[in-house]
Design a protein around this ligand. Structure first.
Ligand code: ADP
Length: 260
């Protein structure tokens, strides 16, 4: 009986060991698959601009006697695609560094209301060309503890999306308010909105709602995943509400550190 008890004990511990080892492999496999998909998506995204630059350069070389004026369209296409590649590479680098925890926040106290105002002014000028109104409202001066460069990057991503996905004579608004120990920033627009089927995925890397339209707008599908990373790195959250053809509200909630 003692022998059978020992055998049963050994069997149970071996089986438990196998079970636990199998379970702990699941997250590793998942992260490996995620990494593979990321590399595949990134290569795919880089292929299009590279192909366009290649084709346009070959066309230019066919007529070496042509002037720059005659080839202006081709040169403009090369410039546009190389800009797109630069943006994509910048974004990829940010995400790769955040994955490997190489990105440290450079935090300090800064005047958040002034940053928001500066960004609103910058987008007001851009929006004029599209006849879109930019509104800005800040409740009061706010000293905020965080990485100013990253918060700027985040707000630019949100404002850029709001402007990109809002048609002529629409409105984009950025509003900040303090809610006890949180700072709440809302970027809203009355643009095309996001379909219910797309909404759960918009923070995923390379996810684009309406593929054709968002690529035509120069999107990389990485903006919101970077915005998500920056919000969480600050201990905050980011959420989206949206209705098709009515508009989108992105809400950012960031914890505040008191300034004494
Ligand atoms: P992209 O570079 O394509 O804009 P993002 O990661 O910033 O990538 O956004 C992911 C998708 O979410 C976009 O392709 C778009 O479909 C949708 N989206 C984001 N912001 C808005 C907005 N303000 N209005 C409508 N759709 C939006």
């Amino acid at each position: 009986d003692i022998i059978s008890a020992i055998i049963a004990g050994v069997l149970i511990s071996v089986l438990t060991g196998f079970f636990l080892a199998g379970r702990s492999l699941v997250p590793i496999r998942k992260s490996w698959e995620k990494q593979q998909r990321f590399v595949a998506d990134a290569s795919h995204e880089l292929r299009t601009p590279t192909a366009i630059i290649h084709a346009q350069t070959e066309l230019l070389l066919r007529n070496p006697a042509h002037s720059i004026e005659q080839e202006a369209d081709q040169i403009a296409a090369i410039l546009k695609e190389s800009n797109r590649m630069n943006r994509l590479l910048d974004n990829l680098l940010t995400l790769a560094r955040s994955d490997s925890n190489q990105l440290q926040l450079q935090s300090s106290f800064f005047k958040l209301d002034e940053l928001v105002q500066e960004i609103a002014e910058r987008f007001r000028l851009l929006a004029e060309t599209k006849n879109v109104t930019v509104r800005y409202a800040a409740e009061q001066p706010v000293l905020f503890w965080g990485d100013e460069g990253r918060i700027r990057q985040l707000l630019i991503i949100l404002m850029d999306n709001a402007l990109k996905y809002t048609p002529e004579s629409g409105t984009v608004e950025i509003r900040t308010r303090i809610q006890t120990s949180f700072l709440v920033i809302r970027v809203s627009d009355n643009g095309c909105g996001i379909a219910d089927r797309d909404l759960p995925f918009v923070f995923d890397r390379f996810y684009r709602g309406d593929q054709a339209r968002s690529r035509a707008e120069g999107g990389t599908g990485l903006g919101l995943s970077i915005a998500h990373w920056i919000a969480y790195a600050h201990g905050g959250t980011i959420s989206i509400e949206s209705t098709v053809n009515e508009g989108t509200i992105v809400e950012l909630r960031l914890p505040r550190k008191k300034y004494d």
